[in-house]
Design a protein. Structure first.
Length: 58
């Protein structure tokens, strides 16, 4: 038995996973920043991740 603090939908909480998501009350909000070096070389998966982030959050 343990606890995990995470954002919603980042961890599989389906019935088969054996885990449950419980939102914090009262709701906590904060800004989140994603930063990287200007001319950083990324792996293929990192490139795909950044492409999806840019597509989702502009």
């Amino acid at each position: 038995m343990g606890y995990l603090l995470s954002f919603d939908k980042l961890v599989d909480t389906s019935p088969e996973s054996g885990m449950v998501f419980r939102p914090l009350t009262p709701k906590l909000e904060t800004n989140l920043y994603l930063v990287w070096k200007k001319y950083q070389t990324f792996s293929t998966i990192a490139e795909r991740f950044l492409k999806q982030i840019k597509k989702s959050f502009g």
